[in-house]
Design a protein around this ligand. Structure first.
Ligand code: ATP
Ligand code: MG
Length: 619
């Protein structure tokens, strides 16, 4: 392919909003152009690399027996109402009406579309397990699209969905997907960190994210210095740095020698830091209490599951967002008590409550439930809403905490003696320096970007959307389900983030838009003939060649070749062609030095190198 016949609008300047390397280089190399915020067009060069990522993903999905289908991108709003997500997805969901006024959704993900399709076709256990995927356009009305195609509004995702008779079969497919993902990223030349991830309202252990390290990553990862433990902070646990009592009796016994709980004046002292100074003690002796508002809480608060009824819950209404969907409390408030030096992890809290979202309550709500302004909440005597205590609180038998009155705190507060939380759980945020939950080694943090996600969903969608099959005994059953996504655009951009230098992209051969770029010093006479012949010979042996036939100065062509990042550059010039053994200059984009290769051997040698390396990367 000749450069003059292509459409590769390279640029020296970059747009002001291109703050990360991949965004800058994709623009400058003429791979993408922006149509509007979060909407990008791929130009020919960008599309070639994009298709290579796509093909790798397709090959690996096919290799594990997942079957490709092509559903529509626009789907009926009806199925989103059935799953309940029409009401819970919020503004990110792009909804459109057709000319008849019927509701439609531009798919941001496709659990509903696949599940509705499977529902119509599934009758017998013999059809399971079933694993289907698509590689298709998604739209999410992201609040803040940024970093080019890393976080766009329209993007392409490979999404797979699997259906099973039991957890064992789901686990088998889940493991296969995990292995396929590792292969996909390896073939793309990417170093990924698989991490344990939050599995949302479904609970359980089945969720893994594939992260790449990135300074602008949206995720905080915790990794162990000693073992291979790695988790998203949303999920990460740590070895306790406290000793919790074995029972409430043991807690009471520990409090026996502690003076009775007592109010102390703390005028104008609200924050933990101010209290530490005021009381000359440290934050580990405080119980910090925060009031949270949770929406769409699926956890039953009525006490039917054997747990105590949650205070105040009798006043809450519980309803299903749609006929098949599970019942939820649309809004509920909770107090969360935690040791003063720690922070509440809102994702863990949401998972505990099986809630759509949790956020800090407004000041007016804090006053309504605690009877005091913000800063004086505490678990002692708080009966208006359920108190959830982080496990750390159970180890405190002589603590300072808010007294539910302005300018007053309690001291000598003891868990078990002075307050009994409704629920005790791990809701704390793990930090660098904490101890690994597996081996006790020190944890450290990295920023990461999520490229893929595999997830055991259980029966969330199959139950709400009424999917069933007949088992061996003719009994009707609900299948269990998994879902598995990879963002193609983000994967491609991440390859550039990992493989570039100051002058441009350095493509791994598997993703490069072309394998070889031929740069004739001056495209005329013997040089032109040699360059054309070499290109033809390479193409004949399956090598993808870009021939820079432009009438530009060599310096300009060299700069562009570096910018485009084609793995092998071959310079054809008069001087080397007139050697006793006519030769060309071959240079790897990743290396500084070039070397002379006999013209007569050049095609064969390069084809061998390309084939060998592709074979190795794809093996
Ligand atoms: P994020 O937390 O980054 O918003 P997510 O957890 O919502 O992502 P999933 O629903 O798990 O994303 O989607 C699967 C994959 O789709 C992600 O791992 C990512 O590669 C890709 N993806 C998601 N949102 C975007 C986006 N706005 N732009 C590009 N790719 C995206
Ligand atoms: Mg995700």
């Amino acid at each position: 392919m000749k450069v003059s016949a292509n459409f590769i609008p390279t640029l020296r300047e970059v747009p002001a909003d291109a703050v990360i390397v991949s965004h800058r280089l994709m623009f400058r190399a003429g791979m993408i152009r922006k149509l509007a915020n979060g909407l990008f067009a791929y130009l020919p060069l960008g599309l070639r690399s994009f298709r290579k990522v796509e093909n790798i993903i397709r090959e690996e999905m096919n290799a594990i027996g997942s079957l490709e289908i092509k559903p529509t991108v626009v789907v009926p709003g009806e199925i989103w109402k059935e799953s309940g997500r029409w009401d819970t997805m919020g503004e990110g969901l792009l909804r459109v009406k057709n000319r008849l006024g019927a509701d439609f959704v531009v798919s941001p993900t496709a659990e509903e579309a696949f599940t509705s399709l499977v529902r119509d076709e599934l009758s017998s256990y013999r059809q399971l397990p079933l694993s289907l995927y698509q590689i298709n356009t998604k739209y999410r009305d992201e609040i803040r699209p940024r970093y080019g195609v890393m976080r766009g509004r329209e993007f392409v995702m490979k999404d797979a969905y699997s259906y099973h008779t039991d957890d064992e079969s789901l686990d088998e497919t889940y493991q296969k997907m995990g292995r396929a993902y590792r292969r996909i990223f390896k073939r793309c030349g990417l170093t990924v960190i698989p991490v344990k991830a939050d599995s949302g309202a479904m609970g359980g252990s089945g969720s893994e994210e594939f992260m790449v390290e990135s300074e602008v990553g949206d995720n905080t990862l915790l990794l162990c210095k000693e073992c291979d433990y790695a988790a998203n902070v949303e999920k990460a646990g740590c070895k306790p740095d406290f000793t919790a009592p074995a029972s409430i009796e043991e807690a009471k016994a520990a409090a026996a020698s502690v003076p009775p709980v007592e109010k102390i004046d703390t005028p104008q002292v609200k924050t933990i830091e101010e209290l530490c100074v005021f009381l000359k003690t440290d934050a580990k002796k405080f119980i910090k209490t925060l009031i949270y508002k949770a929406v769409n809480v699926e956890l039953d608060l009525s006490g039917k599951d054997g747990a105590a009824p949650a205070p105040g819950c009798s006043k809450l209404e519980r309803k299903s967002p749609s006929p098949g969907a599970p019942a939820v409390y649309p809004i509920a408030f909770f107090a969360v008590a935690i040791r003063g030096d720690l922070d509440v992890n809102e994702v863990k809290l949401a998972a505990l409550l099986k809630a759509g979202e949790v956020t800090l309550a407004a000041d007016t709500d804090v006053e309504r439930f605690t009877g005091a302004p913000v800063g004086f909440a505490g678990p002692v005597g708080l009966n208006s809403i359920p108190v959830i205590a982080d496990e750390t609180v159970t180890a405190l038998s002589d603590a300072v905490t808010g007294a539910l009155v302005k300018d007053l705190h309690y001291q000598h507060a003891a868990y078990g003696r002075d307050f009994t939380p409704w629920l005790i759980a791990d809701v704390r945020t793990v930090k660098a320096g904490d101890r690994c939950p597996v081996c006790g080694g020190e944890l450290y943090e990295k920023k990461g970007n999520e490229l893929g996600h595999i997830f055991k969903l259980g029966s969330k969608y199959t139950a709400s959307m009424n999917v069933s099959y007949l088992d061996e005994d003719g009994k009707s059953r609900t299948p269990t389900m998994g879902c598995y996504g990879i963002g193609l655009d983000r994967t491609l951009a991440s390859v550039i983030e990992e493989h570039h230098d100051d002058t441009g992209i350095i493509w791994p051969l598997t993703i490069a838009p072309y394998h070889v770029i031929i740069v004739p010093i001056k495209y005329e006479g013997a040089v032109k003939t040699a360059a054309d012949d070499l290109a033809a010979a390479l193409e004949k042996s399956g090598v993808e060649v870009l021939l820079d036939d432009r009438n530009e100065r060599p310096g300009v062509k060299f700069n562009d070749a570096d910018l485009l990042g084609i793995p092998y550059r071959v310079v054809v010039g008069d001087k080397n062609l007139s050697l006793p053994q006519p030769a060309v200059e071959v240079k790897r984009r990743s290396e500084k030095e070039n070397r002379l290769v006999d013209l007569s051997n050049a095609a064969e040698e390069l084809a061998g190198l390309v084939r060998g390396e592709l074979g190795e990367m794809n093996s």
